[in-house]
Design a protein around this ligand. Structure first.
Ligand code: ARG
Length: 739
């Protein structure tokens, strides 16, 4: 206090000295000399007569029950009281028995001007304090606002005014509910910026965040989610942000009382003290270790009851809420958990308004959930993920999808909705239109046709000027098959829902795939195979060739390599120079595949080479011979390439897309890139079997969240050999019992 007054004198009297004070220091020192203001600042405290750690409602209290010394607590509290009385007026509220945390008056409520929003404690252990604080506020002339029941909010512990009064920072995530924030904005007529706390040690905003005079901010960034950190950085310029490190944070350095230029706290590192002094603050340390055992320190023990209103500012709250309806086997499938977790993980909060539980195993459940998010941006993120889960908006809330035109070919409007593998519908002119060409990672383009509006999934590069693209997340729904546990178990492909299968399950999987292949073939359906060169190296070539010959495969997708090594084997008996019969490298064998490429190039195409009788067996031979279309997509590492290999990847992608149209099942055999490529273009509902010796590949592909995909971690040559054996056993599909 004294020092700063002196510095003010210096600033006024000596031009020379003034220059050594940075502008920031100058600003920081001004209010300290306006003594009448200082004297008007009031705090509310509550003596620790009944203070103790009686229960555990935060991590600091764990292991500390009855471990704090009352005497030391009294002594520490009195020292704090004394310091504050030197700089402000301190009012006292009578301590009450049975509510040991009442010392933490920060949690009494949130004040602005003469209005107070009374706290509604999250834990029943503290709810007993509410009437005592309410009484004090009423007796002292405040208008008390009370939140609806079941809407927790813990006062100034979780809501901190910018010290310039420009806005209110409000925390949520542990004690206060996001949905309380719009009430704060409305009742206090101020802009509310919602910050999500993510570290349970910093369960109240004031444990990790402390706005200081002149727009400075002392805070511990890791206590917040990334969206909140971004918001903080947008509002507080970098030179005003004083981010502290964990050692200071766990000493509750952010739990500080700031009166003009002094900052009172439990403890600060030398570095932090320096940092604060450099911008004109003086740190007063006063040990509050007994209160740390309950998870509180200086700021928690005080409530600033004089918070002047800035008349020119008005309410503004970016919290948005929407009511959604979820329907399906919500419990059986774990959908409800996934939906609620997803809301919270993305920074939102929810309230289940009603839940009707399907009574029979086969009947579905429905839930109405109110979702709140701190901003429109977060809401969109949450909604788009909920849409992917199959959540739909409430009918009375239904609105048409928002459209924006394509103005540059191949470029979507910024906010475009990214499509998923699930059947999707968009609402256009009040009716739901099914999206065609469903695939993931596309945009939904809308065009008019003679019989109404057409919606199609398109890749960005295919968007044309004049088309409208669905933006935002409104008026979009995805349809998920409402499979109950029961239904899933009776379906033949039920094992598919289990994800990755281990070795011991290979045979079971083979049996079911064989059954499925036979069924599809006999019904004239379509099976597509993507295969990598490993199929040939592991001796699977002859089996795949057999599958093609016997009509089980309707299209083959691969790269240059599978064709090269297959033809190498057909023509020279080796694969990558290894003799496939004896399993040993042939001298000079590494040149074989180039000889093969050269030969095929001479003939102009694989088909022409087959025609000329150059190759008489193998996978490619069977494709040509049986008119099974194939597409070979090139890559940077290709030798040759074969004349059939498509080196223009955009063309190759569309060839692939063309060939998988109408497929009922896709067998992905040891080719990570081709398989992922295919996975990306395939809508849900197509059965996918991914076989690879590398579990990572299998997991990646079978982890699409769709029930129909399965991964098998095994040697692909072995898999194919078992598969043909199994097919040979099946004389008719009807001899196999339906599982
Ligand atoms: N034991 C108290 C609780 O967990 C401590 C409150 C600290 N207050 C605060 N404003 N951070 O609620």
């Amino acid at each position: 206090m004294h020092r700063l007054q002196l510095s003010k004198v210096n600033v006024v009297n000596s031009q020379g000295l003034a220059k050594i004070y940075t502008l920031q220091r100058l600003i920081a020192s001004i209010p300290s000399v306006i003594l009448f203001m200082t004297s008007q600042i009031r705090f509310l405290m509550c003596a620790p007569d009944h203070y103790d750690v009686d229960y555990v409602i935060n991590p600091w209290m764990e292991g500390n029950i009855h471990k704090s010394s009352r005497d030391r607590a009294v002594e520490q509290w009195e020292r704090l009281h004394h310091i504050l009385k030197e700089h402000a007026i301190v009012d006292l509220v009578t301590p009450e028995k049975g509510v040991p945390d009442m010392v933490f008056t920060a949690n009494a409520g949130l004040l602005l001007g003469k209005t107070v929003v009374l706290s509604r404690f999250f834990h029943k252990e503290r709810q007993g304090e509410e009437p005592y604080f309410k009484q004090w506020f009423e007796e002292n002339g405040y208008t008390v606002k009370e939140l609806p029941k079941d809407l927790p909010f813990e006062g100034a512990g979780d809501a901190l005014l910018d010290r310039e009064g420009r806005w209110l920072w409000a925390g949520y995530g542990f004690r206060s509910e996001l949905d309380s924030h719009p009430y704060l904005a409305k009742w206090l007529d101020i802009e509310v910026l919602s910050l999500r706390l993510t570290d349970d040690r910093f369960y109240h905003l004031d444990t990790c965040f402390c706005p200081l005079n002149n727009g400075y901010l002392l805070y511990y960034p890791p206590a917040f989610d990334s969206y909140s950190n971004r918001l903080i950085e947008m509002r507080v310029s970098s030179e005003k942000r004083i981010a502290i490190l964990e050692p200071d944070a766990v000493n509750f350095a952010c739990n500080a009382v700031n009166i003009e230029s002094i900052v009172v706290m439990n403890k600060a590192s030398e570095a932090l003290k320096k940092r604060l002094e450099n911008v004109g603050f003086r740190v007063i340390e006063t040990p509050l270790t007994e209160f740390l055992k309950a998870g509180g320190a200086a700021k928690c023990l005080t409530l600033r009851v004089t918070e002047p209103v800035r008349e020119e500012l008005h309410a503004n709250v970016s919290v948005e809420s929407r009511i959604l309806r979820l329907e399906g086997h919500l419990l059986d499938t774990g959908m409800i958990n996934r939906a609620l977790d997803l809301i919270v993980d993305n920074g939102g909060s929810f309230q289940v308004l009603n839940f009707s539980l399907g009574e029979q195993r086969q009947s579905t459940s429905a839930a109405e959930v109110k979702v709140s998010a701190p901003s429109h941006e977060v809401m969109e993120e949450i909604l788009s993920q909920l849409i992917d889960l199959g959540a739909v908006n409430l009918p009375q809330d239904e609105r048409d999808a928002k459209l924006e035109p394509v103005i540059q070919p191949g470029v979507a409007p910024d906010d475009f909705y990214v499509s998923t593998i699930y059947p999707t519908e968009v609402r256009l002119n009040s009716s739901w239109v099914k999206v065609e060409n469903q695939r993931m990672d596309g945009a939904i383009a809308i065009t008019k046709s003679s019989n109404g509006m057409v919606a199609k999934c398109k890749l960005l590069r295919d968007l044309e000027v004049g088309e409208q693209v669905v933006v935002d997340v409104q008026g979009i729904r995805t349809i998920r098959k409402p499979e109950s546990r029961e239904q899933r178990n009776t379906q033949e492909f039920s094992f598919m829902s289990a994800g990755v299968s281990s070795e011991r399950r290979v045979e079971l999987v083979v049996e079911q795939v064989a059954w499925e292949l036979r069924k599809i073939r006999d019904a004239g359906g379509k099976v597509v195979v993507t295969a990598g060169a490993v199929v040939i190296h592991t001796g699977g070539g002859e089996h795949l060739a057999q599958l093609i010959r016997e009509g089980y495969v309707q299209a083959l997708l691969g790269g240059n390599a599978i064709a090269v090594h297959d033809i190498e084997q057909a023509m020279m008996g080796t694969s990558l120079g290894v003799d496939m019969k004896r399993g040993i490298a042939v001298r000079g064998g590494h040149r074989h595949h180039l000889k093969v490429i050269n030969t095929i190039r001479r003939y102009g195409s694989i088909a022409k080479a087959v025609e000329a009788g150059v190759m008489k067996s193998g996978v490619m031979y069977e494709c040509v011979h049986n008119h099974v279309p194939f597409s070979l997509a090139g890559s940077i590492r290709d030798d040759g390439p074969l004349p059939d290999t498509e080196m223009d990847l955009i063309k190759a992608q569309s060839e692939y897309a063309q060939l998988i149209k109408g497929a009922e099942m896709i067998l992905m055999l040891s080719s990570m890139l081709h398989s992922i490529g295919v996975g990306n273009m395939t809508a849900a509902g197509v059965k996918m079997v991914c076989v690879d010796i590398n579990p990572a590949v299998v997991t990646k592909l079978s982890d699409r969240g769709s029930v129909e995909s399965v991964g098998v971690v095994t040697d692909v040559g072995l898999f194919l050999s078992l598969l043909v054996q199994q097919l040979d056993k099946l004389t008719s599909p009807y001899t196999l019992k339906v599982r």
